[in-house]
Design a protein around this ligand. Structure first.
Ligand code: MF3
Ligand code: CO
Length: 252
């Protein structure tokens, strides 16, 4: 299957799907504080998504049991919410969520501090977020896909962090995962040419230490093998002739 180009009508539906998701993320971000369980975050996320008559697209995806992936500290992505996992002051927590609106998927992730965190952890979160913005400077028609990957790599590598290689970003539309795959680390080719109407989920996952990751016995939770902290930042983006439209951020 080739990379899909969305029609004007499909772009409107993607915009609305993503706008709703950005509101869900804002509400979830406000909810983060020491003492809550990761299960409560998922419960609120599912409730919010359904309150917009949308469907949580992660729930039951390949058997995933929740609507929001909640990943704490050395957990990179796909943490499974649990009543027993209580957030503590100084933790960092990554929330990854997505939804379906009238058949169109959105996907976004943010990492939050829990109370006061170390300077080092705050820097990891900020560099991860900024790496997305460095990448999308190249996300426009006429450039090539891996220009994005290479820009993220060039920025992050300067900090000595590890860029996760086993997981990548992806096209998105009538499915959560469409072509193409979007690595966050250096590629030796330029990849496909970007075209207006492509919708891409760009999602750097950055470790404070080594890039290597492992899967826990629950078959979902991805952790850093060296135990270092990890952060995640993701938005669904529309490629245009000019600047990309970041669909899952609130309009300025
Ligand atoms: N945002 C994640 C991704 O792009 C989706 C989580 S997979 C799920 O792969 F199974 F947890 F839904
Ligand atoms: Co994604």
């Amino acid at each position: 299957m080739a990379v899909s180009i969305k029609s004007a009508r499909e772009i409107e539906l993607m915009r609305e799907s993503c706008r709703i998701l950005s509101e869900v993320h804002e509400r979830l971000g406000e909810f983060i504080k020491p003492g809550i369980s990761t299960w409560e975050i998922d419960e609120l996320g599912e409730k919010l998504i359904r309150s917009y008559d949308c469907i949580p697209n992660f729930l039951h995806y390949n058997g995933y049991p929740a609507s929001v992936c909640v990943s704490v500290n050395d957990e990179v992505v796909h943490g499974i919410p649990s009543k027993k996992r209580i957030l503590r002051e100084g933790d960092i927590v990554s929330l990854d969520a997505g939804l379906i609106y009238k058949g169109y998927h959105s996907d976004a992730a943010r990492t939050y501090p829990v109370g006061t965190i170390s300077k080092e952890a705050a820097k990891l979160i900020e560099v991860t977020r900024q790496s997305f913005f460095e990448g999308i400077k190249f996300a426009k028609a006429g450039n090539h896909l891996y220009d994005i990957s290479n820009a993220i790599d060039a920025y992050v590598t300067g900090f000595g962090y590890g860029i996760v290689r086993d997981l990548v970003g992806h096209g998105i539309g009538t499915s959560l995962h469409e072509e193409p795959q979007i690595p966050n680390f250096k590629q030796w080719r330029r990849g496909i040419k970007l075209q207006p109407g492509m919708t891409l989920a760009i999602e750097p996952m950055i470790n404070m230490g080594d890039y290597d990751v492992a899967w826990l016995d629950d078959d979902w939770t991805v952790v850093t093998t060296d135990g270092s902290l990890s952060a995640h930042y993701e938005n669904t983006v529309l490629i245009t002739e000019g600047e990309p439209e970041i669909l899952t951020l609130p309009k300025a």
